[in-house]
Ligand binder design. Structure first.
Ligand code: ZN
Length: 292
């Protein structure tokens, strides 16, 4: 997709961003000093520069952007700052900065800004999605998330509605059950939905760690709230992605039929996964998991 250069003198941030944007299909490089970013950026010609404004260097992020832009006028700069003062905004406007992102930022926010800067669309999901939740607020949030990623979605607030909508809409291939409440028995509903359409993918979601409980009900997948379309996509291509407990990006995917699954733990928090190591994981990524 696009070449993205990240300059941030807090390497951990850079690594998280790099992994996230790589998953979105971008070619990503990181620099931890302003000088390194200028040296590399002027020869590599990135499409997008993500720069922290305050760098612990003689040059700030805006100056890095200007130096790289001098040889690459098409550069789109995303400036990250905790202090977007009117003065800085005026300077940034003069320097043709594409957009600002304020700290603290979310990875989704940065990925969205890169998408806007490069006019790219998020990964595709197959079919439409039915969200089942007795809570109108949660259902609406889920639907907004899916709409932003250009997915068609439907909402049901009861088990009865869910079955009716699924029967009426043949394009639905995924059902997200976010209904931790006494009003809907998720195990029975999952079974009934599968009886209506055998190939349906049922995903459980809640704000607590309900992976085990959903698994016991015969629901194969679990996403903690609030998920985004990238997380959903990862889940469907079986990638573990971020550790649900601590957020560390893990180079693991869930086993597919015929796979030899192994037990792994997250190097940061000890969370356990029955999974397969990604074949293209880098040495650095491999250090984030331990084989049990
Ligand atoms: Zn973890």
């Amino acid at each position: 997709m696009s070449k993205v250069l990240i300059v941030d003198d807090e390497p951990q941030y850079g690594v998280f961003l790099r992994d996230w944007l790589t998953r979105e299909g971008h070619e990503v490089r990181t620099a931890t000093t302003a000088q390194a970013a200028v040296d590399f950026g002027t020869s590599w010609s990135p499409t997008v520069l993500i720069a922290d404004w305050m760098l612990k260097s003689p040059l700030d992020g805006l100056q890095v952007s200007e130096a790289v832009r001098a040889v690459n006028p098409e550069l789109r700069t995303i400036l990250i700052t905790g202090y977007p003062s009117p003065e800085l905004k005026a300077r940034a406007e003069k320097a043709n900065v594409f957009t600002f992102i304020e700290k603290p930022f979310s990875l989704t926010e940065v990925a969205g800004a890169v998408r806007q800067a490069t006019n790219t669309t998020p990964p595709n999901l197959p079919g439409s999605i039915l969200v089942v939740s007795p809570s109108p607020t949660i259902a609406k949030l889920a639907q907004d998330t899916l709409r932003m990623a250009q997915h068609t979605s439907y909402v049901a607030h009861s088990a009865h509605d869910a079955k009716q909508v699924l029967s009426a809409e043949p394009a639905i291939s995924i059902v997200i059950l976010d209904c931790v409440s006494a009003s809907i028995d998720q195990g029975i509903l999952a079974e009934e939905l599968r009886a209506l359409r055998q190939e349906i993918i049922v995903i459980g979601s809640s704000e607590s760690d309900d992976q085990q409980r959903f698994a016991a009900l015969g629901v194969d997948y679990f996403m903690p709230r609030f998920w985004d379309s990238t997380g959903l996509h990862d889940l469907l291509i079986q990638r573990v992605g971020q550790c649900p407990a601590c957020g560390l990006e893990l180079p693991l995917r869930r086993p597919l039929p015929g796979d030899q699954a192994e037990d792994w733990s997250c190097a940061h928090c000890g969370g356990r996964f029955r999974a397969v190591l990604l074949s293209n994981a880098s040495e650095e990524e491999k250090r984030r998991v331990h084989k049990i």
